[in-house]
Ligand binder design. Structure first.
Ligand code: T4K
Length: 391
């Protein structure tokens, strides 16, 4: 069926002005629950005059995280990107490291920033995660590591990637930025590969304003990362390692402690919304909600829909129609890292080896979720899309 050419809001003409929502509905609206619990922590921090540098709140947060994830060590960081950079460096990765292109650009940047070449491998279109066969095809004598990404909170194929890592003597780590609270084969994410990095950015299901952490069961690796996040200091006056400033501040850890108490509620709300989206979108031919394995944990933070080529209007027109109604849907992670700079200039032909990444990038829309989503919003969002389907 030929697609309609949509140029402006009149063409869209879903409800006419004004938009369906007075206030914008954001993807990644922070989940905020108990303000008082957070403010109590902050008052204690201010009274103590200990604001950063591995303070007691960060230490308490790290212990809570480690026990929540069931790992020996959780090293809190100022954000998920620095967590990636420090983990990559602490593992001694060099040369080439295989990553998906279908991820937030921070995964690739954390390598490039350190003079390491990200080599993009294609994904399984059914899961949006790395395809192990594609990873095997990208191995070269310069490969030192693989970074699997648990995209949308769905665990990457951990066992298959670990087999490749073992067979070829390359290190394996995971970017678990989306996967706080997720599981793989019933085991919490955080323990797989050499280490796993988390992001606690404001837009994540679990947030500390900005923040991140690396989880690992490796004592030596944890010790190295603790040194690296604090300029390599071991006690006063003694620097024994190269390092940077990757420290989480006390107020961020306070937000983490306050939010951790409500994380299960966030997951329950998100999961309910997911089911509501599934029901509301069910009758719309050509729009499919990405489902997660019901036997695994997932925060259900990301509501990802895929638009078939046969849908009467393009993916971008659906996004435009939603935006016209103040529903600020996103095209995460279009156009794929390999089409962003500097990678597009460095590897202009990378897309030839990434057919599934290219196809998925052209059909994905991420919809709003979380505890600030107004009552009835999901039905309205589905109605906007449904009316485009009928055009
Ligand atoms: N690896 C992966 C796989 C990741 O997804 C990320 C981050 C990282 C690594 C790196 O972790 P961090 O270094 O960021 O800790 C956002 C986030 O900034 C980023 O953390 C996240 N992934 C990515 C998926 O989304 P943008 O550029 O889309 O952010 P922005 O400013 O457009 O905000 C997103 C939406 O959230 C907007 O609609 C507005 C809304 N929003 C945002 C903020 C900050 C709010 O409502 N309140 C807020 O406070 O990257």
């Amino acid at each position: 069926m030929p697609r309609k050419d949509i140029r402006n809001k009149q063409d869209l003409a879903i409800h006419g002005a004004p938009p369906a929502f007075d206030q914008p509905l954001h993807v990644g609206r922070p989940n905020i629950f108990d303000q008082q619990a957070f403010l109590t922590h902050v008052a204690r921090i201010l009274d103590s005059r200990w604001l950063t540098n591995d303070g007691p709140t960060v230490q308490a947060f790290e212990h809570r995280l480690a026990s929540y994830l069931g790992v020996k060590h959780c090293v809190a960081m100022c954000n998920g990107t620095i967590a990636l950079e420090i983990a990559i460096r602490a593992l001694g990765l060099t040369g080439e490291v295989i990553v998906p292109s279908w991820t937030f650009v921070a995964t690739a940047h954390a390598l490039h920033w350190q003079g390491i070449t990200p080599v993009f491998a294609d994904i399984d279109p059914a899961t949006h995660n790395l395809d192990p066969d594609a990873v095997r095809r990208m191995l070269t004598p310069r490969t030192t590591g693989i970074i699997g990404v648990h995209l949308w909170g769905r665990a990457a194929p951990v066992d298959e990637l670990q087999n490749i890592s073992d067979q070829h003597g390359v290190k394996l780590m995971f970017d678990a930025a989306h996967a706080f609270g997720s599981s793989y084969k019933g085991q919490p994410v955080g323990r797989f590969g050499c280490c796993e990095t988390f992001s606690f950015h404001a837009t994540k299901a679990f947030n500390t304003f900005e923040g991140g952490a690396v989880a690992t069961n490796d004592d030596k690796l944890a010790e190295t990362m603790r040194l690296m996040r604090n300029f390599g200091f071991k006690g006063y006056d003694k620097v024994i390692h190269p390092g940077t400033n990757g420290k989480m501040i006390e107020v961020c850890a306070a937000m983490g402690l306050a939010n951790l108490d409500h994380f299960d509620t966030v997951v329950a709300i998100n999961k309910r919304h997911h089911n509501d989206y599934r029901d509301a979108l069910k009758g719309i031919h050509g729009v499919n909600l990405l489902r997660f394995d019901p036997n695994e944990n997932n925060s259900y933070h990301y509501v990802v829909i895929e638009v078939d080529r046969g849908f009467p209007v393009s993916r971008d027109d659906i996004v435009a129609a939603l935006h016209a109604e103040n529903i600020l849907a996103r095209k995460y992670f279009w156009p794929g890292c390999h089409n962003m700079q500097p990678y597009r200039a460095l590897f202009p032909h990378a897309g030839l080896l990434l057919p599934h990444t290219q196809a998925v990038a052209d059909r994905v829309i991420v919809l709003p979720n979380g505890n600030s989503l107004p009552e009835g919003a999901i039905d309205t969002i589905a109605a906007v899309i449904a009316q485009l389907a009928d055009r």
